[in-house]
Structure formats: structure tokens, C-alpha cells
Design a protein around this ligand. Structure first.
Ligand SMILES: *Cc1c(COP(=O)(O)O)cnc(C)c1O
Length: 352
């Protein structure tokens, strides 16, 4: 009998409309392509792959490069197809059917979705109206739930804010499970939990090449944690999950750290400029430490979204997400794209 699991049947799935418009500022990608020298080096390197052989199963070259980049032991590094697969592997290893996962909302919806796909129960702790967290609420709720896994994103998507680093201690003190710090945007932010992850079995950090590294098309992410945790992840993940070309691409990309830092700096300066311009328009902004800005105009979000689209600018309409009625999310683009957005928004706010 064909019977879909009820958890899957109940799911809306992941929908980020990829509308064909000139200016796409909806999925937090980098507006800049990676350096041409990287592309050339990668294309040349493809010829050296033994295509008839399975790839290095534990991606040793790539992990050595990541270990050097972050100055962490290679046994503390796990790699997968995007940080989403890192998170899925974590959940298969530490959560799974009937176990409890805690998320804070508004937050990254894939944390909820992947948890449900692996059969876990998701418990939500709400953020305050300004998207901060109340420590006493966090402490008492976590003590009550006693979760197997807790997710924190820092900076948080979609709010763009960084929680206080001390939140991590509050979580660790109130639980006995695994704390996953999703650092997809950490290079734009103010702190990292990598040091903590190296000194505790109970905390791990996930990172991605999708945002800062201008390599969303590559689907490459990684984790930094204790060797014990990493060892278990290798057991749960499919054998040879990471293909040889991707391993090479990641390894080569890490030779272009200066170019990546340069891109990050340009985006941060644009972010701060756009943030100031939005405030000047009287728009409410969630202070961002990431490469995107969550904002609310006071008008109906569906209307503003459509008017921006009429100007050829696609942003993310978050108004149907938990606790985000009225909010839209702008990914920081190039200077020209950001100016087009600001012009579009100004006129969207003038139209009645
Ligand atoms: C974009 C994003 C990711 C996605 O990572 P991939 O490496 O592309 O799978 C993970 N976490 C958060 C919070 C994100 O916003």
C-alpha cells in the first residue's frame, strides 16, 4: 500500500519562488561571482580526477585545507553537500524518531523541516517582538523540554541579528543535549562559537560556502566540533556522499580567502548604507549582522512585495512565516542592485 509518512504528507515543502526578474535579492546569495582565477584553477584541476574511482571517502584534502583555514584539528571537521546536509546528518545522528528538537522563532525554517523529515518532535520557543530572546524563558522552557538537539543561528536568519554569546552558556546549562550553532552568515557577524565547539562535546558549529564564498551552486558545507561527535557523523552519512570535484573546488576556494574577505567587506559596507537609507525612509529595520536585512514598512507586505516586483526587484516575502506578519527580507546585492531596490521601495511607499 502506498502510504506517505504523515509527517511528510503534512509538509508544505521548501518554496522560494525563483521568479525571472532582473534583480533577485531573495535567497541571500552573494551578488558577486567567485574570482575568475578560482574558476580557471578549478576547471584545470578537473582533468586530474580519476573519474572511474570513488572519491576520497572522508574528503581528506578538503578537510586538511579547512583545518588550516580555521586552525582546528582535521578530526574536528566534517563536510557535506551544503550545510543543510550537515544539519540533516546531525539530526539523523542525535535526534531522529520521537526525539525532541528545540528551535527559536523567527528562525531558519529548514531546521524545523529537516527535524520533521527525520521524525523528531519540534518544540518552538518564541522570540520577543524585537526578535531578542528572554533568558529566563529560554532557561525554564529548555529545562522543561530537555531536548536532544537545540538550534541557534548566529547571525539569525531571517532577523539578521546576533544573539548575545552568553545565550550559548544558558542553553548548555539548561540542557544535556547537543547545541548546534548554525553560522551560515558568521563572516558577516560579530562572534563565532568555534572555540567553544573545540572544547566541548555538546556544541558544534555549521558553516557553508553558499553565502560568503560566492559558491551557492557548489552545495558545500561543513561542521566544526569535537572529534567524538564528528566520528559519529561519518557513521550516519552515506558513503562517498561528497563527490571528487566538489572536494577539489572547496580545497581550491580556500586559496582565495583574501578575495572572499574583500567581498564580505563590500557587502557589509553596502548593508550598513542600505540600513541607514531604510531608516531614513521611516522603515522599521531589524538590525542586521548578516548579508540581508529584515524590514517592515507598515503597509501590507504582499502589496509592497508585488510593487517591488513590478520594479524588477525580487525580495523574500516573510509575512506568512511564524511571527513575521508584515516583514520582508532583502538580500544585500551590488551597489546598483541596492540602489534599484531603494528607488523601487521609495516609489512603492509613495503609491497609495
Ligand atoms: C542559507 C542558509 C543555510 C544553507 O546552507 P547550504 O550550505 O546552502 O545548505 C544554512 N543555514 C542558514 C541559517 C541559512 O540561512
Amino acid at each position: 500500500m502506498l502510504e506517505v509518512r504523515p509527517e511528510i504528507a503534512a509538509m508544505p515543502g521548501y518554496h522560494s519562488p525563483q521568479v525571472d526578474v532582473p534583480i533577485r535579492l531573495n535567497t541571500n546569495e552573494s551578488p558577486f561571482p567567485p574570482p575568475q582565477a578560482f574558476v580557471n584553477e578549478f576547471v584545470d584541476a578537473l582533468a586530474s580526477i580519476s573519474w572511474n574511482r570513488y572519491p576520497n571517502r572522508t574528503a581528506d584534502g578538503l578537510r586538511a585545507a579547512l583545518s588550516a583555514h580555521h586552525e582546528v584539528p582535521a578530526e574536528s571537521v566534517f563536510v557535506a553537500n551544503g550545510s543543510n546536509e550537515v544539519l540533516q546528518t546531525l539530526l539523523l545522528t542525535f535526534a531522529g524518531p520521537g526525539r525532541r528538537v528545540v528551535v527559536f522563532e523567527p528562525g531558519y525554517q529548514m531546521h524545523v523541516q529537516i527535524s520533521k523529515v527525520v521524525g523528531s518532535d519540534v518544540i518552538v520557543i518564541d522570540r520577543n517582538d524585537d526578535f531578542t530572546l528572554d533568558r529566563d524563558v529560554v532557561r525554564s522552557k529548555l529545562t522543561e523540554v530537555d531536548p536532544h538537539v537545540v538550534f541557534v543561528s548566529s547571525p539569525n536568519n531571517p532577523t539578521g541579528q546576533c544573539d548575545d554569546e552568553e545565550l550559548l552558556d544558558v542553553i548548555l546549562e539548561s540542557t544535556s543535549g547537543l547545541l548546534v550553532v548554525d553560522e551560515a552568515y558568521a563572516e558577516f557577524g560579530t562572534w563565532s562559537a568555534i572555540d567553544r565547539a573545540l572544547s566541548s562535546d555538546r556544541i558544534v558549529v555549521s558553516r557553508t560556502f553558499s553565502k560568503t564564498w560566492s559558491l551557492a551552486a557548489l552545495r558545500l558545507g561543513y561542521l566544526i566540533g569535537s572529534p567524538t561527535v564528528v566520528e559519529h557523523l561519518w557513521t550516519a552519512v552515506l558513503p562517498y556522499h561528497l563527490d571528487a570535484s566538489k572536494q577539489l573546488a572547496g580545497e581550491i576556494a580556500l586559496n582565495y580567502t583574501d578575495e572572499m574577505n574583500d567581498r564580505v567587506a563590500r557587502i557589509i559596507s553596502e548593508r550598513d548604507r542600505v540600513q541607514t537609507a531604510l531608516s531614513a525612509l521611516g522603515v522599521r529595520v531589524s538590525p542586521s549582522s548578516a548579508n540581508f536585512i529584515l524590514f517592515s514598512t507598515g503597509l501590507d507586505a504582499d502589496v509592497v512585495w508585488q510593487r517591488l516586483l513590478d520594479h524588477g526587484v525580487l525580495v523574500r516575502n516573510c509575512s506568512s512565516w511564524p511571527r513575521l506578519a508584515g516583514w520582508l527580507r532583502l538580500t544585500i546585492g551590488s551597489e546598483d542592485e541596492n540602489n534599484a531596490f531603494l528607488r523601487g521601495l521609495e516609489s512603492a511607499l509613495e503609491t497609495e
